[in-house]
Design a protein around this ligand. Structure first.
Ligand code: NAP
Length: 373
């Protein structure tokens, strides 16, 4: 049985990975060891068998005894630990949710329904680092899978609506604390049906601007507001999150850089879970009807759920609330644009903790387990 170490299992992505692995009985096929950066000796998560207490995530000797390490801890951990393991001669598989290694030549970004062939080539050529892609990118590629397979896309402009949980466990807590603070500020007026709506608005706005408003992790109000900035800034005016859209999409597809141009604006919104994107797409052809495009998108893979462009279906099936906790990639609001017959737009939403993070890693681990058997 493969010996597999898990680091970061109690974080946002790690928790969802544990949940999925338990649901699919994945732990039966491996011998797991759990690590922590903060509570060594504490209790390991329940996986249906005895796995001992939490080990020290910086203990390289123990890490080096493993066949595979799955980390959802973050880039800083990867940058600190992986070079030490490799320079000590460790040749095991490193599976990682963070962005640190994604663009390295000796790393494959894994999204097996899209790039299983690249993964197989990587395994045959001895590549040992397999990294989950940026959540928004993976969701976009699954949603547009059919259009990519048919080589129909010239460029994509993506405007994202990204959930608080995309920034981690402490951020989701902060969004809920912010929401609670706004409600508390106006509660007595909300209970009084004769209260003036401008008084309610004034109280909430005062609370948003209050020095005590909880914003340690986001650095700004998210409840009652949006934050049009995700990750670090680059010199060209993009954020790193926006830059990832283009470079990672082309790498996952096995294209040379910029084969398909992807750019846009990434925005954090007060959603708990699941990232949405409004995509404007320039197609390479101008003779396709919307019905043909719908068929191409809808039939691409088992997870795409095409949603008809009407209000009732959109409200029922094309929202973060409707897809969260599922592997569905909802795609809808498909329409032609006035710019010309080759321009379309659509809206897509998927759970960024599942297909955007935990699921590609879980499936990659299973590919390794099958090969190891
Ligand atoms: P996270 O929730 O902040 O968890 C990372 C680590 O923070 C945990 O393993 C835990 O380590 C520690 N931690 C500190 N306070 C915590 C708390 N209150 N609850 C739980 N854990 C806490 O980060 P994440 O969102 O899972 O992201 C991990 C990596 O995946 C990052 O590199 C991120 O960029 C990437 N990623 C995230 C998403 C997403 O949607 N969130 C999607 C794709 C990729 P200890 O147990 O060792 O203390």
């Amino acid at each position: 049985m493969m010996k597999v170490g898990f680091i970061g299992w109690r974080g946002m992505v790690g928790s969802v990975l544990m949940e999925r692995m338990r649901a699919e009985s994945d732990f039966n096929a491996i011998s797991p060891v759990f690590f922590s950066t903060s509570s060594v000796g504490g209790e390991s998560p329940y996986v249906g068998k005895d796995v001992g207490v939490l080990q020290d995530a910086y203990e390289c000797k123990l890490l080096a005894s493993l066949d595979c390490i799955v980390t959802t801890q973050g880039s800083d951990y990867t940058k600190e630990v992986l070079p030490k393991l490799r320079s000590a001669g460790w040749n095991g598989y490193w599976l990682d949710a963070s962005s640190g290694l994604r663009m390295d030549d000796d790393a494959i970004i894994v999204l097996d329904p899209i790039n299983r062939q690249l993964i197989e080539q990587g395994l045959s050529s001895g590549i040992k680092n397999y990294v989950g892609g940026n959540c928004t990118v993976s969701l976009m590629l699954l949603g547009l899978d059919g259009l990519f397979k048919a080589d129909l896309i010239e460029w994509i402009s993506s405007m994202t609506y990204q959930a608080a949980s995309g920034a981690g466990a402490n951020n989701i807590r902060e969004l809920l604390k912010q929401s609670g603070a706004l409600y508390a500020a106006a509660k007595d007026l909300l209970d009084d049906k004769n209260a003036s709506i401008l008084d309610i608005d004034y109280r909430v706005t005062q609370e948003l601007h209050s020095a005590n408003f909880p914003q340690q992790y986001f650095g700004a109000p998210l409840a009652g507001s949006v934050i049009p900035w995700i990750d670090a800034g680059l010199e060209n005016g993009q954020t790193k999150e926006e830059w990832k859209g283009g470079v990672e999409a082309n790498k996952i597809l096995g294209y040379t850089p910029d084969t398909v141009k992807v750019d846009g604006t990434c925005v954090r919104v007060g959603v708990l879970r699941s990232h949405s994107q409004a995509l404007t797409i320039k197609l390479k052809r101008s003779d396709l009807s919307l019905a043909e495009i719908e068929q191409i998108i809808a039939k691409a893979n088992p997870w795409v759920k095409f949603v008809a462009n009407n209000k009732a279906d959109t409200l029922r099936e094309l929202t973060p609330a409707s897809v969260s906790g599922t592997l569905d990639i909802a795609v809808g609001r498909l329409k032609s644009l006035k710019f010309g017959p080759e321009y379309i737009s659509l809206f897509t939403v998927g759970d960024q903790l599942l297909w955007g993070a935990a699921e590609p890693l879980r499936r990659m681990l299973n590919i390794l387990v099958e090969k190891h058997a």
